[in-house]
Write a protein that binds this ligand. Sequence first.
Ligand SMILES: [Zn+2]
Length: 205
Amino acid sequence: MPSLLFPTGSVPREAGRGTFNCPACRGSNPYTRVVVGRVLRIFAIQFPAGVYGEYVECGACLSTYRPSALAFTSQEEREGITAEYERALRRLLALLVISDGDIHDAEIRMLQRVFSAVTGSQLTRAEVLAEVKDAAENPTSAARYLGEVVGLLNDRGKEQILRGAAMVVGSDGHVHDAEADLVRRLGAVMQLDDDRVAYVMRSFT
Ligand SMILES: [Zn+2]
């Protein structure tokens, strides 16, 4: 069936609860395990159509992780885990700056600034360059990339990512119509509701 002809949506469903050691909080916190189901909407009826993904959400900081994070027991192992919205934001920023086929020092610094403003974490220049190199070797559009990772993100993570995208397009002081359209499209791909997208846009335009 040509499913692309029909609107699809995501339906998060709780699949478990417990406590875990959140890599971001570095403490024992409650978590919720969430399966993000995919539905096809045909007229007013929803049909289940597979799964976008599955994540574990920390009840304290709301960061999401792949379910494998539950298996990590030592602090050392947890140090290596990145919250999914940070991982996705890093890749999205890299895709946005390489979209003109070139990367300048000013863009690397801008990317570091945006990442730090959104996440509170720092990226070294080497980390930025590694991300950019990997993004260049696996070319895709920003929208397509976000469509692939949407099942690993909760609404808070999506909003953070959209903030990052809005900061990038606004980094030269003004947002052109095409850039505003891009941010809106990224919000739509992540299935953020229109109010949230408008809220993020208002803060940067
Ligand atoms: Zn946490």
